[in-house]
Design a protein. Structure first.
Length: 369
């Protein structure tokens, strides 16, 4: 039991790394399909991922060294069904009934059954799979585990370091089916998949702050990558283009949505788009006004203020402390605006560039009946 506890601890330590790579694709999938990310859905899916990770680690750990694996001489395959019964009798020996109850071979068989019970429960509750699908999936999961062992962790080791056992296939498959049936009583208490979908679609009608920020992060990343690619291409061709980064930004944030139905790459992935206040498609000049307003508000005007303060400091128009005070005041106001903008977006209130351009960000997700 201590060994199993240590393996589960290792899975818990590795889980944040796996979750890091899963989170962004999973969030994008939910935004595209539902328009929102439901907390209960996250809890269920991430607990399922954690369960699979624990089960996988229980199958492959502890790992021997390659030298230790090469020296193994035991059998690689056990293809006799119900051979575990003989193992139980062998372990019990000539002891009494307690030797059959407190039996390592029995515990091993019961553990293999219990290991896939949660798998069957998840498949029936969240994925709403039928008994036949659960049976097939449980068998395939067990087969994957056994082949992982037989292949020596996908041929990393010179030979298998654990036994391919047909009894494990049977026990794991039985566990999945038991999990399917044990889920029945919980279906009357827990919210079902249709109810979660309905809540997700209802929340997805409005564009949340997290959804907008996700689109912004994706768009900034895409624009930086495009700008970098354009700079490399110009360097290879020995061509110099003035203000290349601004041209890329204008093309990405203004021209792309103007010709692509109000969507950038980030908005496309999150199921949102720029539209007129009437929720109709915006006109081309509205995208230009929106882009220019964002540029002036977030860069142009702050840049002019910075140049003015630098001029004052250089020619002593204002004292050094006065310039420092004004610089700090402006920096604080600039940072405050981003907090204010986040609050406005969370409250679904228009920002300054949306008022000027008479545009808004709306959801493109529609519930499929």
């Amino acid at each position: 039991m201590e060994l199993y506890a240590d393996i589960i601890k290792e899975a818990l330590l590795f889980f944040p790394v796996l979750a890091f790579f899963v989170t962004i694709p999973y969030i994008i999938h939910n935004y595209r399909k539902f328009g929102s990310v439901l907390s209960l859905r996250i809890l269920i899916v991430y607990s399922f991922v954690l369960y699979l990770l624990c089960a996988y680690f229980l199958v492959i750990l502890p790992l021997p060294s390659r030298q230790e694996a090469a020296l193994l001489t035991g059998p690689r395959l056990q293809l006799i069904p119900f051979h575990f019964a003989a193992d139980i009798i062998k372990e019990a020996g000539s002891g009494g009934i307690l030797s059959y109850i407190n039996n390592p071979a029995l515990f091993q068989m019961l553990f293999n059954v219990a290991m896939t019970i949660p798998f069957g429960m998840y498949l029936r509750y969240y994925f709403q799979w039928s008994r036949k699908k659960t049976l097939a999936a449980s068998f395939l999961l067990s087969l994957f585990f056994e082949l992982t062992q037989l292949s020596g962790l996908y041929f990393y080791y010179p030979r298998s370091y654990r036994l391919f056992d047909v009894d494990d296939l049977m026990a794991n498959t039985l566990g999945g089916i038991l999990g399917h049936y044990l889920t029945g009583p919980f279906l009357k208490v827990l919210p079902n998949r249709q109810q979660m979908d309905a809540v997700s679609f209802r929340r997805g009608r409005e564009v949340s702050l997290a959804r907008r920020l996700t689109a912004i992060v994706i768009d900034i990343t895409a624009a930086v990558l495009l700008g970098g690619a354009a700079a490399v291409l110009c360097r290879i061709c020995s061509v110099t283009i003035p203000y290349l980064s601004w041209i890329v930004c204008f093309g990405y944030f203004v021209l792309l949505p103007a010709f692509y139905g109000g969507q950038t790459f980030g908005k496309r992935l999150t199921g949102t788009k720029i539209a007129a206040v009437s929720r109709q498609n915006a006109v081309w000049y509205q995208y230009v006004i929106r882009g220019v307003s964002i540029f002036l508000g977030l860069y142009g005007i702050p840049r002019l203020v910075y140049e003015f303060l630098e001029f004052c400091a250089r020619y002593h128009v204002i004292t050094e402390y006065g310039t420092l005070f004004l610089s700090g005041l402006f920096a604080a106001g600039y940072c405050f605006y981003f907090v204010f903008a986040a609050v406005m977006m969370a409250l679904h209130k228009p920002l300054f560039y949306e008022k000027i351009s008479r545009t808004q960000v709306i959801s493109t997700v529609r519930r499929r009946l």
